[in-house]
Design a protein around this ligand. Structure first.
Ligand code: 48H
Length: 262
């Protein structure tokens, strides 16, 4: 057994994938439930899709369930997406289903990768790339370890026809856009409005309505959509994240079609 062969196998395979992720249809910031669900639906439809995740693990806030109890809840509409993934959901009461959060994260991740999406962990999105008209045309990336260790190292850039901000509560990509390009988001003030206090019913409804193009070339999904458009949080019910991810994939596919020359 040749140790160098092991090293070469890993680096050659990884860098081939990274190079392929440098020019994609859709680039997604964040491999939480919304980002991975969007990636699954896009890849399934044949869109070249890459997801960049800051952490070592995927799943964002999903593995932690509610207050570290590794269970999540979904409503009927969310369960239909879990059924499609093959994630088991047990009926509880009041139209709610209970789900093992680790089964959900691992299955959604596996489905997205097997559908053809590339998920690259330990990479942080630190900026966006723009062209004429300030249209977003890609993401600026760095190893997460660079910022964690406060090293001064320049990033690399990837190109995409559309970007999805699925970075959760912090809506990091949208905040970068406001900071660098001004308050020009398609919100009431042009800025990130900020998430409102808990109201699960409204939060779950509005998150899907808020999943849209918020800036030319930029879609917002999941908890980032609630934060950007000022909707209530909803706690450990995750149907909205899955439905928002699916909706983001539909919106992204429309934009990809629009900008792809025939
Ligand atoms: C690369 C980044 C960056 C960056 C962040 O937080 P998430 O799980 O987000 P969603 O929207 O898929 O799901 C939200 C859900 O987990 C949640 O928090 C709920 C339901 N809250 C309700 C409530 O009331 O509190 O995942 C976002 C992912 C994470 O894995 C981050 O590490 C990652 O994005 N991320 N990745 N570059 N700049 N910023």
């Amino acid at each position: 057994m040749d140790e160098v062969l092991i090293s070469r196998a890993i680096t050659e395979s990884y860098f081939k994938e990274f190079a392929e992720a440098m020019d994609v249809d859709v680039a997604i910031a964040g491999a939480g439930p919304a980002g991975m669900t969007a990636a699954y639906y896009l890849a399934k439809e044949g869109a070249k899709t890459a997801v960049f995740e800051r952490q070592l693990h995927v799943g964002g806030g999903m593995p932690g369930g509610g207050m570290m109890f590794n269970r999540i809840v979904v409503q009927e509409e969310g369960k239909q997406i879990l059924d499609e993934f093959g994630v088991r959901a047990e009926e509880y009461e009041g139209g709610l289903y209970i789900v093992d959060s680790l089964e959900a994260v691992s299955t959604i991740c596996s489905k997205a990768i097997k559908a053809g999406a590339r998920i690259l962990n330990l990479i942080s999105v630190e900026d966006v790339m723009i062209r004429e008209g300030d249209v977003i045309t890609g993401l600026v990336l760095n190893w997460s370890a660079v910022s964690w260790s406060k090293l001064h190292i320049d990033p690399l850039t990837i190109k995409s026809k559309v970007v999805i901000d699925a970075t959760g509560h912090d809506s990091e990509v949208c905040r970068i856009v406001v900071r660098k390009l001004g308050p020009k988001l398609k919100t009431q003030t042009g800025e990130v409005l900020g998430e409102k206090p808990m109201w699960a019913q409204r939060g779950e409804r509005e998150i899907v309505e808020n999943t849209r193009e918020v800036y030319p070339g930029l879609i917002v999904a999941g908890m980032a959509a609630s934060a950007v458009f000022g909707s209530p949080r909803m706690g450990a019910i995750f149907g909205g994240m899955l439905l928002s991810g699916k909706r983001a994939a539909e919106v992204a596919a429309e934009i990809v079609q629009r900008v792809t020359p025939l």
